[in-house]
Design a protein around this ligand. Sequence first.
Ligand code: APR
Length: 246
Amino acid sequence: VQALSPALAAQIAEARRVTALTGAGMSAESGVPTFRDAQTGLWARYDPAELATPEAFERDPSRVWQWYAWRRELVTRAEPNAGHRALARWARHARVTVVTQNVDGLHQQAGSPEVLELHGNLRRSICSAGCGEQPVGEGEPPPCPRCGAPLRPDVVWFGEMLPEAALNGALAAVEAADIVLSIGTANQVQPAASLPHLARRNGCLVVEVNPEETPLTPEADWSLRGTAAGLLPLLLEAATEQRVQR
Ligand code: APR
């Protein structure tokens, strides 16, 4: 098992404010497919332009609705993994804000007290005409109970704006952090991919957890080649290490 360097372990033990930026790789070990992994990634099998844009929904609402219903089924069956649980436990020792691009709700399920969802949550459905969150009735897609317009998944599609409160919260959490973790994200989608660079500019420690290199790798103070479920428990161990009084 890869041990953490003592220098990194000490920095983690001292951190009072941690901001964890998580992507699809965070949930890979929960059996939820990522987007850009070769072969298994969703975008290796489906065309995002056909399924994850407002135009796609306009063109064929039932095809989009059914694809998200399939993904919702996957995530409701999934369990948080050791990585989600380690981040949730870390929050007992420091302030840990999770800023996730994921829409699976697994951080909340694992017990993380602070989760900002930059790309929404596919367990929620909203009225496509703006009535807000709505209960899901019959139909693919079901009509909004208030205005009759089709419901849509409460997720951010390509070309759409991110929820302002979540993005502002994410910027504040990155500005205030002692450590910013980038976990399981290819760092290819804006504006989420800019957050760790903002942390670098503020002189905050940036730690990447990913089995592969990403565009962030050369910028990170530490880039750990491993998985979320494999490495986050080691980071948690360092965070809970009682500092030996020198
Ligand atoms: N642990 C940690 N990282 C992993 C694991 C794992 N077990 N398995 C894969 N990864 C890494 C991959 O190496 C890759 O860098 O997770 C990353 C997943 O990248 P993407 O599939 O592109 O997911 P993400 O970066 O979250 O995508 C961002 O793109 O399609 C949009 O809105 C969608 O939120 C998504 C956004």
